[in-house]
Design a protein around this ligand. Sequence first.
Ligand SMILES: Nc1ncnc2c1ncn2[C@@H]1O[C@H](COP(=O)(O)OP(=O)(O)O[C@H]2O[C@H](CO)[C@@H](O)[C@H](O)[C@H]2O)[C@@H](O)[C@H]1O
Length: 754
Amino acid sequence: MASIVGSSPFVFERKGESRPLLAFTTFRPRKIQILAVLNGSICGVSLFYDKGQLWRFKPLRLAGSLDGVGGAGRGSGDALQATIEKSKKVLAMQRDLLQQIAERRKLVSSIKSSVTDQDQDEDFHEQRDNAFPNANLASSSSDRMDEGKNGRILSSSHVNSTMRHISEILPSDEVGEEPELHLPREEASSNIGPNKQLKTTDSKAFKSDVLPSYLSSSSDAAQLTVEENENLTEGGLEEVNDEVDDPPIEDENPPAPAGVNVMNIILVAAECAPWSKTGGLGDVAGSLPKALARRGHRVMVVAPRYADCAEPHDTGVRKKYKVDGHDTEVSYFQAYIDGVDFVFVDSPVFHHMQNNIYGGNRLDILKRMVLFCKAAVEVPWHVPCGGVCYGDGNLVFIANDWHTALLPVYLKAYYRDKGLMPFTRSVLVIHNIAHQGRGPVDDFYHADLPEHYMDLFKLYDPIGGDHFNIFAAGLKTADRVVTVSHGYAWELKTSEGGWGLHGIINESDWKLRGIVNGIDATDWNPQYDVHLKSDGYTNYSLETLQTGKAQCKAALQKELGLPVRKDVPVIGFIGRLDHQKGVDLIAEAIPWMMGQDVQLIMLGTGRPDLEQMLRQFENQHRDKVRGWVGFSVKTAHRITAGADILLMPSRFEPCGLNQLYAMSYGTIPVVHAVGGLRDTVQPFNPYEESGLGWTFDSADANKLIHALGNCLLTYRQYKKSWEGLQRRGMMQDLSWDNVAQKYEEVLLAAKYQW
Ligand SMILES: Nc1ncnc2c1ncn2[C@@H]1O[C@H](COP(=O)(O)OP(=O)(O)O[C@H]2O[C@H](CO)[C@@H](O)[C@H](O)[C@H]2O)[C@@H](O)[C@H]1O
């Protein structure tokens, strides 16, 4: 008995009955085994399913019983039969329920069709799908499972919700007593994730979150499971899935935890805040995983260890990987923070690179990333977190940008092609397509891959001819691709926005989804911001906006040596100084700006000529301009809080985080309407008092001046409108929690993709 139950992730009891034990022994992508002890004997079923449908049910022959004698006896066979009978009753009731839901669905779709014109952009079909994820309820099963084409998946919250409905309409004697859970602590940590350990104290929450819905919400888990099986050939389960998709109350609730969809997730990135950051990727790698962990997943981040830092400890694990024919040893450091395992790959090649992460020559960085990706893909095998390795089942990697685009390729070439890691998937996130890991074709040999992989990397470029392109190979190999806004997802498919990869992206359209980034609600929150606690700054909220923000503005002016004046609008810019961020457009607009009564504060590093330009602005206009050349997280926070306006004239912007931070601090964005900026900054409409900022529609200094002019006019003359803009910006829910739910949908789609 111990050997049977010992392997099971879930064990629960039913009190006061002659069937004291049910063990959910295996839960694999296509097979579930359930053992029940009925009248002292062990009986069991294997449920086989594919593409979301149960299609075969097989009684298990078992060589054990509670008292250790014989196999599944006659008594248990009878009991199983009785269970099947009972299940049929449940099915009948379930059908009634489905009818009711169908009625509601019609009502909901008619409401939806009347509001669809509120959807921002017809082109961004996925955005619509997010708002009404289950609009196409009548789709066939094959449509439903073809998630790449329509971006839909069956969310656990919907299943759970339906199961709640089912239990509501079941007579109490059918519902029966809720089974109690006994989850072995060790198994919870290895199979479910760190968050779940906490939930074992709350068995109810645990049941609904962790058990498959058909086990968690029904009166008798076995009943419902068997019942589903009975209808496999009739498409019974399919009908259930179709109908449960869209309970109208769902939209009002916060995202439900992942429930049955809990996965092991490993996000791999070249930078991760707060340990390493050159830009937005670091922010995302530091925040998204925490939100995924809050949804119940077991989540790890893998990043290079650039510097010695306090939290991570040496795990003692040492491995060697070949880079350019040489064995290179890495060690792994680990820290568990906010529900996430942060694992750092340590090697001398990463040391002291925190301020120069992408520095060195082309081959230096290529070799660093080869080593990093080779080491990262094996982390789930070698690095125990909380004593237990993640393992490669139920695992999805999230790779980010070209630096880690080799990971999906290694996963395929080294493992999946050889029948290893068969249940591991990879998702590649595009934060910026402009950087691709390009080089001459011969760079391929540094990647250490079989010759036939060459074609994945080889790309023809009208300027450079055939070349080696890491992003191209990653995009082709990853199971799913995400980019960081809907607008950018669209732009990537154009020849202007795809930077030579638009052909591949168009071919991969079925697996591409745009998901707008979130912001870290603790780090970037004026109420808690640690950088606003000294030097005259202050934390503030919606309630204390006017006084708090005014105090931050005065503190910023004072700190930077600008005249401390309440009435002068302070315009901020924060970002990498390069072509993308449109700093040259600001330069063109400077003469006009300096003719206005404004203060301009710019913070950035990057191209030396642009850095020089910043210094020059300051020297020429000392009473109005500060050009801070450098990377200072503290100053970035303080500008965001103290400025009235944030300028983002980016030529292209996949998502952009600074405008999101600005809005949540009551700072009004003036942006070029591209990519994520267009998605997130709805233009101010003075007639309706709606919108969040000002936008201009081409990367042209005159357009910037026009938009900024209107913004300044409103600041000076329409105080109420200004305050309305601030308040609307601050009241948005920009948190990662909503975003994480969308990522989860993509990860799930990858998981069930074969
Ligand atoms: N000199 C400086 N000192 C201190 N902090 C500084 C700084 N310069 C920039 N930062 C910070 O770096 C981050 C930059 O965020 P962006 O979204 O603008 O990033 P970036 O273009 O690097 O990232 C890419 O990835 C992100 C994440 O997906 C996308 O939002 C974006 O569009 C895409 O170009 C912000 O946190 C900002 O405050």
